[in-house]
Design a protein around this ligand. Structure first.
Ligand code: MTE
Ligand code: MO
Length: 411
């Protein structure tokens, strides 16, 4: 099976080897690649974007051209990474299977606290048989797993051409073994994960200091794939992504992945903080026992979603590329529709794994010159089909934008 090579660039030398702890990966190679990408990719784009929007990208194969989207306005810009700021990708530029740490999207609501590795402690408190405290070295000492996990922000949107997204190779301590070691007591209901980032929140007229926090039910927290990640793409977890340790909950929206995590607290009540009870709460109409009601739900697992992000041309051959994200349920197919034509199958990247993003590629044969529309849809093995925007539940809040995304390009 072949797949557009450009997606295979990042770790083409030895993908599997490079993240094997016993391998002889040369970290310099990795660093040089990032440097090059930073120098050529970031620089040229920042400087050249004003004159050549969306047309020239350094990572293209020789002679390969990006086919311009006509739905991306010329004014659409992706800025460089800045401290304490949101960063989103130009998804037309995604040309690697793993997202560079320096380019992986960034969202933080209370800034990016500096946490010192040496004095770092993770505490486990509350309804446990034994309260625990771990240093970074303790966390790294056993029960370490590694896996590919991709995710998007629950606020990712068509408006940003899906730029709040990334896919990385994570290494960290399994969460369940830590919870088992602490011993969760009978009657406990929720586990709250607190970050080191604290801000003043005004709640009913009172200013109080609040740490960023999210909670999981005991059952969700005990999933064996949950991890306390201290490495991202073979490097120590970068400051902006939660140094030294963050939670990674595969299959969930990004909000679940608490960065700069310092405390895990077990309790017998629901945690109703801002990011569980007010923000990242989707308001939608649902049939509840025969009655249509407006209901509010905290965002949890990622909905079944695909999107086209990039169209390329090389020697008259056109390729349409995109990604799938979901909760980890196996994918049956991704199909692409050109204009009013039939749904046609796309090819899945063989590197895709259960919780990675899943890249797809579609060979678009002999498009006629002019403007065309392109849309993708994904179907999982349970027969769930990605909905059109019209078929989505009636929804007021913008969270969870997972409908089919029709793009237009100029050939
Ligand atoms: N401590 C902390 N963790 C956090 C956040 C935050 O504001 N503080 N933001 C969350 C949100 S909304 C998202 S989408 C992801 C983004 O992770 P990233 O910046 O590494 O891509 O982190 C989550 N974890
Ligand atoms: Mo988010």
């Amino acid at each position: 099976m072949s797949f557009d090579k450009s997606f295979d660039k990042s770790f083409d030398k030895s993908l599997d080897k490079s993240f094997d702890p016993n391998s002889d990966m040369n970290p310099e190679d990795n660093g040089r690649r990032n440097l090059l990408k930073g120098a050529i990719g970031g620089g040229v784009l920042a400087a050249g974007a004003a004159t050549l929007p969306g047309l020239v990208f350094p990572a293209l194969a020789q002679g390969e051209k990006l086919v311009p989207f006509t739905d991306v306005p010329d004014t659409f810009r992706v800025g460089p990474v800045k401290p304490n700021a949101v960063h989103y990708l130009d998804t037309r530029e995604i040309d690697t299977y793993f997202t560079d740490n320096d380019d992986f999207y960034l969202v933080q609501h209370y800034g990016q606290p500096e946490v010192d590795n040496d004095s770092y402690r993770l505490r486990v408190t509350g309804m446990v048989d034994k309260e625990l405290e771990f240093s970074l070295a303790d966390l790294m000492s056993k029960d370490v797993i590694e896996q590919q996990v991709g995710f998007e922000c629950g606020g990712n949107a068509q408006r940003l051409f899906q730029g709040l997204i990334g896919n990385a190779y994570w290494r960290g301590r399994t969460l369940s073994t830590i919870l088992e070691e602490a011993g969760i007591q009978d009657g406990a209901k929720e586990i709250v994960f607190f970050g080191a980032d604290i801000a003043k929140e005004e709640i009913r007229g009172q200013e109080v200091d609040k740490a960023f926090a999210r909670s999981l039910s005991i059952e969700d927290a005990m999933r064996p794939e949950n991890m306390l990640a201290f490495e991202m793409n073979g490097e120590p977890l970068p400051h902006y992504h939660g140094k030294p340790v963050r939670l990674v909950v595969p299959g969930w929206y990004g909000i679940a992945n608490v960065k700069w995590i310092t405390q895990i607290h077990v309790q017998d009540t629901r945690y109703m903080g801002r990011f569980m009870g007010r923000d990242y709460v989707t308001l939608k109409k649902e049939n509840t026992g025969g009655v249509d009601r407006w209901v509010e739900n905290s965002v949890t697992t990622m909905n079944l979603k695909s999107s086209i992000i990039r169209v390329t041309e090389l020697g008259g051959n056109y390729k349409v590329q995109g990604f799938v994200l979901n909760d980890g349920t196996a994918i049956e197919s991704v199909e692409v529709k050109v204009d009013d034509g039939p749904w046609q199958p796309a090819e899945m990247n063989p590197r895709n794994t259960k919780y990675s993003w899943k890249l797809f590629s579609f060979n678009w044969n002999n498009p006629s010159p002019g403007e065309h529309s392109l849309v993708s849809r994904v179907t999982d093995i349970n027969g769930n089909v990605q909905a059109t925007p019209e078929e989505l539940p009636e929804k007021i809040s913008y969270w969870e934008d997972f409908g089919q995304f029709k793009r237009t390009v100029q050939v």
